[in-house]
Ligand binder design. Structure first.
Ligand code: NAG
Ligand code: NAG
Length: 834
């Protein structure tokens, strides 16, 4: 009877209070590591002491430390006063009573103690499936405590939390929370099956810190002020939390009313210059995707239908004309919206802007109440670095991921209670506009060739054993035919201990040194920066590529060294350096037209071989004048395959990938559609041809606007028949007009807007050879007509188009990224378009 009454009481509670019933977690592990006694926190939570939680822990060591009494520390909670230290790998194992979302919160405070200097601790933390921290060190202000919060969908019966100290170091932890979280946090999303999340930012915009005492899910919400771009533009405002009314279907668990009861609005509402944005800028790691959740609640309007504003994420329109009144039918009614962002475009940050619509009502204003940014695990299940728990390496997002995809995708998680229909209509209109606004020439993106590229899982080689670690010995398999093995000391001798004066190049992943081997051979020694994992992919790709390739016009690999965790490649030395240096900027004696032709022909041969000669075609991806090197006889050789990529198979038609390459050389089609074909190299090579002809950089920001981009400028002039105007003055007296015309024509064809209209490297080669023949014939005073067909069809118009180019031309080939994450983004974009 008593039981029935209790049950009835609960039913009553549920009926009366709806979803405001506080959440009671099925799994609720709270551990104060290293503590002798149970701790009661002011928020009502009880953390178990270490002895009580020992059954969970399997560790070979038992080291507990605490802050010495009287230690002068400033921490928000007694949890940080003690710690457990692991000098050997150790595991906490939690039993999962109810599968579903769980928080993992890790509390760290590297305080001074007599046994260990925790500020120098270096360690990794993983779960069964996810990497949470990878060779983490406390490089922030060590006087600060640190809370790392993760949200995982746990589907197994147990969850292991593994602490692995790096060699000669220790791992430590002050407190652990492993607690069930309500599914509404990621309502109806498919995301949780594939991703783990880490809270990067959770901000109570316009309000104070909200601690676990005011958040039923024990979250912490920080103030936003330090992320405001121009604080003067923003005015905090707040109301009593009690006026906040949650709408049907929106659980207060998503965010407490304290979040919605404060906001930032425009500071100068109703002044003479009403149009400006309020901007928040938050640093992120561009190697990861992010879920961005914006919380809104109109607490500023006097009446309905008074507030319309735009929301931008990373400069892109995210919501045009957000009309809270029509979405919520009331003032003080919360609303939130999620966005997926898979890389920041311009720098390593997320920017969120709210601003009034252009020709808006008399009272322009814009608000934001809360902002959450959650990092999403990458393709190998890591939230830190590019390795998964099994040592596998991230494909899509490793290292750089400066992917220029549709910047903002819309997730469906808000579908439960908002007008999804309206969004879809707006979205489906957007792609056209997007294409237009983001056209190639209007973007000046700092694309760094030095970032790691992407390896197709099917084609990537497993270089060495994952188990022994990438930095371990025998990194390379000796069966790859990588040439000679060098000892590290041998290379130290050759480069005078990597003397700074021996540096002849600075590449994406390290320096290139000039070296003299004992037998007198000069070599170029490319030494990977052992600290940077970023270049490792390039490094591997390069070995993989080079080991397969041998050609007179490709720089050849002599050998390598992997001793002492070094990543060193030894190449033949190209004594005349990059082609670029002989064209401009270095005051070297100018190359003759014939030399330029021969160099371009050599490079074209090398590329032609790359595209067609190897078992599977290879796309270079970073063709430019600094990657065409000249030997002592000015024979051109193509270098730097760090960004190379296997060419698409016939069925694929293209390789979809992050946009890589160097600005000024980038194929506009590749840039727009991220579909890589060998025609992307052809485009870049067209720019190289123009550089050789005009002796100026592909991009020269010092010039008037229309001249900055060589390809654009030269093609404009060519159309007007004025190309001669920008031909290198050193050539003017010597160049044969017919030869130049042929050459310029080749460049123009290479630069065709659509890949399918561009010639193959073979065709380019043929035309360059023709240009050379014209030059030589002219300098000998005769042209033999029969030798060369008059109108060789550049771009092979009569040739039946291949399946690839037809498919591409017809737009049948869609972006299909090879990494799971990217696939999801593509799908989401697709969903929104429907
Ligand atoms: C967690 O994953 C399981 C299995 O993939 C799925 O059925 C469930 O819906 C997920 N939970 C949430 C909250 O998405
Ligand atoms: C607000 O920011 C967006 C995106 O950066 C920009 O396009 C827009 O012009 C800005 N609006 C105002 C009024 O400055």
């Amino acid at each position: 009877m008593a039981l029935l009454r209790v049950l009835l009481f609960f039913v009553f509670l549920i009926l009366v209070s709806g979803q405001t019933l506080p959440f009671s977690p099925a799994d609720n592990y709270l551990i104060d590591c290293g503590a002798p006694n149970t701790i009661d926190l002011p928020d009502g939570r009880i953390f178990k002491s270490d002895p009580q939680s020992l059954p969970l822990l399997s560790a070979r060591d038992n080291i507990q430390v605490s802050i010495p009494a009287g230690g002068n520390v400033n921490v928000p909670s007694p949890l940080y006063l003690t710690a457990r230290i692991f000098v050997q790998p150790s595991t906490y194992k939690f039993k999962v009573t109810k599968p579903g979302l769980h928080w993992i919160r890790l509390h760290f405070f590297p305080f001074n103690n007599t046994e260990f200097d925790l500020t120098t601790a270096s360690f990794s933390v993983t779960t069964d499936d996810y990497v949470l921290l990878h060779t983490f060190t406390f490089d922030e202000d060590p006087s600060k405590w640190l809370l790392k919060e993760y949200l995982l969908n746990v589907t197994s019966q147990t969850l292991s939390l593994n602490f692995s100290p790096m060699r000669n170091s220790a791992a430590f932890i002050n407190a652990i929370e492993f607690v069930s979280a309500p599914d509404v946090l990621l309502y109806g999303s498919d995301l949780t099956g594939d991703f783990a999340f880490q809270t990067s930012y959770r901000l109570n915009v316009g309000g104070p810190t909200i601690t676990s005492q005011n958040d039923t899910l024990d979250r912490r919400w920080d103030p936003d002020r330090m992320f405001l771009y121009k604080a003067a533009a923003a005015k905090p405002t707040s109301v009593s939390p009690t006026v906040i009314t949650y709408p049907e279907g929106l659980s207060p668990l998503v965010a407490p009313n304290w979040v919605y009861a404060s906001a930032v609005q425009m500071a100068d509402v109703r002044v003479s210059k009403p149009n400006f944005n309020i901007t928040w800028k938050l640093g992120v790691d561009p190697a990861f995707g992010y879920l961005i959740r914006l919380h809104f609640c109109d607490i500023v309007s006097q009446s309905l239908n008074d507030l319309y504003f735009n929301v931008y994420i990373n400069g892109k329109m995210a919501i045009s004309g957000l009309d809270l009144s029509s979405l919520t039918s009331g003032l003080g009614v919360p609303y939130y919206k999620d966005f997926l962002l898979n890389a920041s475009m311009v720098s390593d940050q997320v920017s969120v802007e709210v601003g009034p619509m252009k020709d808006d009502s008399s009272k322009p204003n814009a608000i934001l109440n809360g902002l959450e940014i959650l990092k999403m695990s990458n393709s190998v299940g890591s939230l830190d670095g590019e390795f998964g728990v099994d040592g596998s390496r991230s494909k899509g997002n490793g290292g750089s991921n400066r992917r220029v995809v549709v910047a903002v995708g819309f997730a469906m998680m808000f579908g439960a209670f908002v007008g999804l229909g309206a969004m879809v209509v707006k979205w489906s209109k957007r792609p056209k506009d997007w294409e237009k606004r983001n056209s190639f020439s209007s973007w000046l993106l700092p694309l760094h060739a030095g970032h790691s590229s992407f390896m197709n899982s099917k084609n990537s080689y497993n270089l060495g054993s994952h188990k022994s670690g990438y930095m371990g010995n025998n990194f390379y398999s000796s069966t790859l035919g990588l040439g000679r093995y060098f000892s590290f000391s041998e290379l130290q001798d050759a480069t005078k201990n990597f003397d700074q004066n021996a540096v002849i190049g600075v590449g994406g992943f390290g320096n290139v040194y000039l070296g003299d081997l004992e037998d007198g051979t000069r070599v170029a020694v490319k030494r990977g920066n052992p600290q940077s994992e970023q270049g490792l992919t390039e490094f591997q790709t390069e070995i993989q590529m080079l080991s397969k390739l041998r050609h007179r016009h490709l720089v050849s690999l002599i050998g390598y060294c992997d001793e002492n965790s070094e990543m060193i490649l030894v190449y033949e030395y190209m004594s005349n350096g990059p082609l670029r240096d002989h064209l401009y900027g270095k005051n070297l004696s100018p190359l003759s037209w014939k030399q330029r032709l021969e160099i371009c022909i050599g490079a074209a041969r090398g590329l032609h071989y790359l595209h067609t000669g190897a078992a599977q075609g290879i796309i270079h991806r970073d063709v430019k004048t600094t990657n065409i090197l000249l030997d002592e006889n000015f024979i051109a050789k193509v270098a730097d395959f760090g960004l190379s990529k296997n060419a698409p198979t016939m069925e694929q038609g293209h390789v979809s990938t992050a946009v890589k390459g160097s600005f000024g050389y980038l194929d506009p089609e590749y840039f727009r559609r991220q579909q890589l074909t060998d025609k992307s190299d052809v485009y870049s090579f067209g720019v190289v041809l123009l550089e050789a002809l005009c002796a100026r950089p592909a991009i020269n920001p010092a010039l008037p606007r229309e001249q900055v981009n060589l390809a654009d400028w030269a093609m404009q002039l060519k159309k007007k028949g004025l190309l001669e105007k920008i031909v290198d003055s050193h050539l003017v007296s010597e160049i044969n007009p017919e030869s130049m015309k042929k050459f310029a024509e080749a460049a123009e064809k290479c630069l065709a807007e659509h890949g399918s209209d561009r010639p193959s490297m073979g065709d380019v080669l043929w035309n360059l050879e023709y240009a050379l023949q014209l030059h030589e014939a002219a300098s000998q005073g005769k042209v033999e007509e029969e030798e060369v067909p008059e109108n060789y069809p550049m771009g092979s118009v009569e040739e039946p188009k291949t399946e690839i180019s037809q498919a591409v031309a017809a737009g049948e080939v869609h972006v299909v990224e090879n990494s799971g994450t990217a696939e999801l983004f593509a799908q989401l974009a697709g969903i929104q378009g429907r």
